[in-house]
Write a protein that binds this ligand. Structure first.
Ligand SMILES: NC(=O)c1ccc[n+]([C@@H]2O[C@H](COP(=O)([O-])OP(=O)(O)OC[C@H]3O[C@@H](n4cnc5c(N)ncnc54)[C@H](OP(=O)(O)O)[C@@H]3O)[C@@H](O)[C@H]2O)c1
Length: 284
């Protein structure tokens, strides 16, 4: 009984406080109207501070991030303030540059997809730079099977965007390098099937830039850059049957890195295949 009474008193007190505030506000408005004063802003005595958590940071996983193209992508992503991780068989490997300390390095083999699961936690986009040369069956496995495993694992984990660094057609050399070429095509088909809205395939020809080989730095741009200057204006030659692909212009590794990152992070970047001319266009 006493509780009910005290609640009634409390609620009457609250109501009367509300009424007093409302009446006071009305009086102020009337008063200011009468005297032609500008309305004073309504003053709130106590305001509650609401802590809105910052939006979660986008996390990018680069497969093969310790390689030539992968390391350029990681560096560019860090420059843009992204949170980045890399996975490869050797982990951090031989990279000694200071920026490499800001990358989370995972060791894993895409041919054993289970080793990828931890690295995919909380990842919103993946860029795969995994590929290589060797025997026909090895080339199929590394360019095809390894990437197909990664695409499936990423799709199961709900990753939103997946960028695959494939390669331009080799023309006459397609037969000699058929393991490489067929592996790339199989991975491309899987990507388009599993990521119809967020799957992007880059098909560069020769990629030039500074490639680290052990402690050596090979300046591939010495040949690549002038060739790009000449061949980018010879697009019709690239359409010739069989020999056309020999005229595919080389492309700067920084351009590939920039376009791959844009494709991975820009939600309106169109899904599908980007050839070397597209890479040159999007690099801007
Ligand atoms: N460079 C070019 O001129 C060029 C041209 C056209 C297309 N591409 C394509 O672009 C991509 C990147 O080329 P790149 O020149 O940067 O090659 P890269 O330097 O040889 O890098 C390949 C990366 O893949 C990793 N890797 C290989 N097998 C793996 C596996 N089973 N599991 C996990 N990681 C694996 C390697 O690290 P570990 O050895 O430590 O595993 C390395 O980090 C490749 O797909 C290539 O075919 C390159």
């Amino acid at each position: 009984m006493r509780t009910v009474a005290s609640r009634l008193i409390d609620s009457r007190a609250s109501l009367s406080r509300l009424y007093t505030m409302a009446a006071g506000y009305g009086e102020r408005r009337c008063f200011s109207n009468d005297s032609n004063k500008v309305d004073e802003p309504f003053k709130v005595e106590e305001a509650e501070t609401v802590n809105v958590p910052p939006p979660p940071q986008e996390k990018l996983l680069v497969l093969g991030g310790n390689g030539f193209v992968g390391s350029h992508i990681l560096r560019e992503a860090l420059d843009r303030g992204l949170s980045v991780a890399s996975l490869s068989r050797s982990g951090k490997s031989s990279l000694h540059d200071p920026w490499a300390n800001n990358v989370t390095w995972y060791q894993g083999n895409l041919l054993s997809p289970d080793s990828l699961k931890d690295a995919l936690d909380g990842v919103s986009a993946v860029i795969s730079c995994v590929g290589g040369f060797g025997s026909q069956s090895y080339m199929y496995k590394i360019n095809g099977t390894a990437n197909i495993n990664a695409i499936r694992a990423a799709s199961e984990k709900g990753v939103k965007r997946f960028v695959y660094i494939s390669a331009a057609d080799f023309g006459l050399a397609n037969y000699i390098l058929r393991g490489y070429y067929e592996g790339k095509k199989a991975a491309e088909a899987e990507l388009l099937a599993k990521f119809p809205y967020g799957g992007i395939i880059l098909r560069p020809g020769f990629i030039y830039g500074t490639r680290g080989v052990g402690s050596l730095k090979l300046p591939l741009g010495v040949i690549g850059s002038p060739m790009e200057m000449v061949l980018q204006h010879a697009k019709p030659l690239n359409q010739l049957p069989l020999i056309g692909p020999l005229f595919t212009p080389p492309v700067d590794v920084n351009a590939v890195a920039r376009v791959a990152l844009r494709a991975a992070t820009d939600p309106v970047f169109p899904p599908g295949i980007i050839d070397v001319y597209g890479i040159q266009r999007y690099r801007q």
